[in-house]
Design a protein around this ligand. Structure first.
Ligand SMILES: *Cc1c(COP(=O)(O)O)cnc(C)c1O
Length: 355
């Protein structure tokens, strides 16, 4: 399918400075759109000036949460080009998410082409300074106006871009994390593994509680017993206990993070013992008390690797690794960002060129 391009005649003149970017505050001059109708399939793939959507107030996404999204980044490469990191994984995951919500899949080649072409058109928005990137947000929504509940027969797939700075306000410094012992994020047999908007709106309450108490992120425990570690905010959790690197298994309640998968592959290639297994908050705290807990960190596209320096659980505070960034977190961060920004070799073939 050909992508029809209509360039903006009125691009934004004032660009934010790299130091003011933050995360997700700004969008660029263009967007990609494509429509779906039952019986007709996907049609009208187009790149147009960034603009509001027109939606019927009865559009099904607004009532029943038929929505899926993705998040990945374009990077200014050391040699001057533009790169993406494992985009085929995001495409696969978005199609898997869509399937779970009875939404149509998008052809993976067209999906990749749409992202590349949009990034190229808005390439002047790609920030160049250390740690910055152009965040890509593919989204699919149910657009059919229908108040009765069933799967929509019409959808809109769109992609927007946002120039971003470093994700965490503290930068690559250990964060303080609040363990919720009252709320959970996702239940077994549900949609915790799906990137769908409902999984996020429902967590804001706890984020706010953590923020009021002075914490940057929330550590989620399992919905059954509030006992086993699940995720950290919107990133995956890792613990280095003695010489074992532990991360919770993919059993349907956590997001199968691409950064998680990359960290597992890297750590394994470095001969580390990596376990995808259940780990309880009690095991973490015991290991913290005994000194066996060497490091804790979180992984995700937005923050890459985010070391954790302190956790708060049931009113008690626990310092991890003296509140400092651990060696493994640092090594993973350096290697992953090295590959993403084209400063290092790419032995796994994770980096692809946009231009
Ligand atoms: C997106 C996301 C992650 C991280 O996935 P990446 O592919 O590494 O960016 C982890 N947890 C949740 C809840 C997420 O939404």
């Amino acid at each position: 399918m050909e992508i029809k391009v209509t360039k903006s005649t009125n691009p934004q003149r004032e660009r934010p400075k790299d130091s003011e970017l933050g995360f997700g505050k700004y969008t660029t001059d263009h967007m990609f759109l494509m429509d779906y109708a039952l019986g007709k399939g996907w049609h009208d793939a187009r790149i147009v000036p960034y603009q509001h959507l027109r939606l019927d107030p009865a559009a099904m996404v607004l009532h029943y949460n038929q929505e899926v999204f993705e998040g990945l980044k374009a990077y200014a490469l050391a040699n001057g080009g533009i790169g993406l990191f494992r985009p085929e994984k995001n495409i696969q995951r978005m199609n898997a998410s869509a399937q779970r919500l009875v939404m149509p899949e998008v052809d993976s080649q067209l999906f990749l082409q749409a992202m590349k072409q949009l990034v190229m058109i808005d390439r002047e928005w790609l920030p160049k300074s250390e740690g910055t990137s152009l965040y890509i947000r593919p989204t699919m929504i149910a657009t059919e106006p229908m108040i009765g509940i069933r799967a929509s027969e019409r959808y809109l797939f769109y992609i927007i871009l946002s120039p971003v700075g470093a994700y965490y306000p503290e930068g690559f410094n250990p964060t303080r994390i609040y363990v919720s012992d009252t709320h959970s994020r996702a239940a077994k047999h549900g949609v915790g593994h799906v990137k769908t908007s409902g999984n996020y709106g429902s967590t804001l309450f706890v984020f706010q509680e953590a923020a009021v108490k002075g914490y940057t992120q929330v550590l989620w425990l399992d919905a059954n017993e509030l006992k086993y570690i699940e995720e950290v905010g919107t990133s995956n959790a890792f613990f280095l206990i003695d010489d074992e690197l532990i991360t919770p298994p993919l059993e349907g309640t956590i997001l199968p993070g691409i950064t998680r998968d990359s960290a597992i592959q890297l750590a394994t290639s470095w001969q580390l013992r990596v376990s995808e297994r259940l780990i309880s908050i009690d095991e973490v705290i015991d290991a913290c008390r005994s000194g066996a807990l060497k490091e804790m960190f979180a992984t995700g596209t937005a923050a890459v690797i985010s070391p954790v320096g302190e956790i708060s659980y049931k009113g008690e505070q626990f310092r991890i690794a003296d509140g400092k960034t651990g060696k493994l977190a640092q090594r993973l961060y350096d290697e992953l960002t090295g590959i993403q920004y084209g400063r290092r070799d790419d032995p796994f073939g994770w980096r692809i060129r946009v231009d």
